[in-house]
Design a protein around this ligand. Structure first.
Ligand SMILES: Cc1cc2nc3c(=O)[nH]c(=O)nc-3n(C[C@H](O)[C@H](O)[C@H](O)COP(=O)(O)OP(=O)(O)OC[C@H]3O[C@@H](n4cnc5c(N)ncnc54)[C@H](O)[C@@H]3O)c2cc1C
Length: 512
């Protein structure tokens, strides 16, 4: 049985951090608009945005080596790092605004300070890191970063990583104390609580089956109510497809020309988790290493202090893997079902080009637990198997599209795809991901609401003072914004980090 519901202004598909951010922005800018949310699971933030399904790094390019590349002349290109950092500052400003206006209550429930470090081994990597450090610290956004290559200093910073290290190979690290650990699951849940309070209709256990244009240019969204089995039809003048890995199949259903020649390639992730308090207490940082040859950038190994369920743990990984599912809760038919006549050539071209990635993923899938331990021991030489267990992370669906560099090019960033008339937009890809949700959702507003934007801009600037400005070119404004957001988000003192946070042996893990 199907029923037709009355037309609404906005439909958000998926209750992850992206829909939460867009919904919260729209509630500020157009409070009178009616918004409906449909989520196929029973609660918000259960897929990639869940705290166990991502690494919780507040990506600000403080430690991720893949955002700074060495140019042929040997100098370091920091432009991507500056861009990511500026995007993260937008998120900090929006979150601080939500705290100040009482939308969110306790910043410690979703963001905590943690040093961000990069660690390299070998002469050429050490030379790269030193040059990167010099280039970054000339920019106001990266002030406070330190460099060390003396074992005594490194032992002070990362005792767990240095203890038992016998190799004489050169080693170096950078450290910056203004890094963050973000619980995107908690943030998503809190934003959805607020949206519900604001009268947004949030429907859980409602799965979107189809999206079709109506004669007046709106969108008819066919929804399967998983509780009673009924099919409902909801009409909206704007639809945001924030279905994470599930966005590509839904975008394809819209039939908009912009959805053609786009494919998706799922990469799964596995972390190793340690909950032994004796080990956990010896480490206090997010330490990012260098990706292995052939590894995609999101597979950079890192050893992180995490705060989940108000408990402290260490997570190492992610190990990449292959699963044809587009969502952790998806179907084995997702990948094959996404191959359409209009993207077949794009997908085939990508298959031919990405042999190194395929080899890498096959090799990762075949790893035994002892081989995973060996990779961990490159970080923690004294690591014991009994202290570590596996936890399955979320699925990332990397975008494949035709670009000026060739057919079927694998993209590692996040992409907004929208209809020419701005009536529908989808978010594809997952990197840098949740950290830059505010930047990405501002991009959705820019593309889809050009008529309203001039009217909205004064309010956006009030909420996000650096909107439209490059903070690296406005160092005084950066310092002012950084200091005020640090204060509001409780990032100035580390006292609260250990306050009430246990290093507990009963950290809940999900087994594979
Ligand atoms: C291993 C891993 C590590 C990561 N690490 C980081 C990190 O350290 N820092 C960072 O910033 N980002 C990180 N990310 C990326 C980040 O998790 C994602 O970018 C972000 O969570 C995506 O949010 P979303 O709202 O788009 O998707 P999701 O959180 O996946 O939400 C999408 C929602 O849509 C629902 N849905 C799907 N299909 C349908 C349908 N047909 N009908 C109704 N509902 C539907 C899903 O159930 C889900 O709840 C990581 C991701 C992974 C996988």
């Amino acid at each position: 049985m199907s029923s037709l519901q009355k037309k609404t202004d906005v439909i958000l598909i998926g209750a992850g951090v992206m829909s939460a951010t867009l919904g919260s922005l729209l509630k500020e800018l157009a409070p009178e608009w009616e918004i409906k949310v449909f989520e196929k699971l029973a609660s918000p933030g259960e897929e990639s945005s869940n705290e166990w399904n991502n690494a919780g790094t507040g990506h600000a390019a403080l430690c991720e080596l893949n955002y700074t590349s060495e140019k042929p002349d040997g100098t370091i290109d920091i432009s991507k790092a500056v861009q990511i950092n500026e995007q993260f500052q937008l998120s900090r400003q929006f979150w601080a605004h939500l705290i100040q206006t009482g939308v969110l209550h306790n910043p410690q429930q979703f963001i905590k300070p943690i040093p961000h470090m990069s660690l390299v081994l070998g002469e050429s990597n050490v030379s790269f890191l030193k040059k990167r450090f010099k280039a970054l610290t000339q920019n106001p956004l990266f002030q406070g970063m330190e460099y060390a290559d003396e074992p005594a200093k490194l032992k002070e910073w990362i005792p767990l990583i240095m203890n038992g290290r016998t190799s004489s190979e050169p080693i170096a690290a950078t450290k910056i104390d203004s890094g963050t650990d973000v619980n995107f699951g908690a943030l998503t849940r809190m934003m959805f609580d607020y949206l519900k309070d604001q009268g947004v209709e949030v429907h859980y256990k409602h799965s979107i089956k189809d999206i079709k244009r109506t004669p007046d240019g709106s969108w008819n969204v066919k929804v399967h109510n998983l509780d009673n089995g009924r099919v409902e039809n909801h009409v909206a003048r704007f639809v945001f497809i924030g279905a994470g890995g599930g966005s590509l199949p839904l975008l394809q259903k819209t039939g908009i020309p912009e959805s053609r020649q786009i494919g998706g390639f799922p990469v799964s992730g596995v972390f190793m988790v340690c909950k032994n308090p004796d080990v956990v207490e010896q480490h206090h940082a997010k330490v990012y290493g260098k990706a292995k040859v052939g590894a995609p950038p999101m597979s950079v190994p890192h050893l992180d202090t995490r705060y989940i369920d108000n408990k402290k743990a260490l997570l190492f990984g992610p190990f990449a893997g292959f699963s044809p599912k587009f969502l952790k809760t998806g179907s084995n038919m997702d990948l094959i079902g996404s191959v359409k006549p209009n993207n077949l050539m794009t997908m085939l071209a990508a298959g031919m080009k990405e042999m190194a990635l395929t080899r890498y993923l096959v090799q990762q899938v075949m790893l035994t637990s002892e081989q995973r331990m060996e990779e961990l021991r490159e970080f923690i030489p004294t690591a014991k198997s009994e202290d570590w267990e596996l936890v399955v992370a979320g699925q990332r669906v990397q975008v494949i599209k035709d670009t000026p560099t060739g057919k079927g090019t694998l993209q590692f960033g996040t992409e907004v795809v929208s209809a020419a008339d701005g009536s529908v937009a989808a978010l594809l890809g997952a990197s840098p991901g949740a950290s830059t949700a505010v930047h990405v959702m501002l991009e959705v507003l820019r593309r889809c609401f050009p008529q309203e934007l001039p009217k909205w801009e004064p309010k956006i600037k009030e909420i996000i003072p650096s909107y439209g400005l490059s903070l690296s070119e406005h160092p005084d404004l950066f310092r002012q914004i950084f200091s005020s957001t640090s204060e509001v988000l409780g990032l100035n003192s580390e006292d609260h980090v250990t306050n009430g946070v246990e290093t507990s042996p009963d950290v809940v893990t999900r087994s594979i």
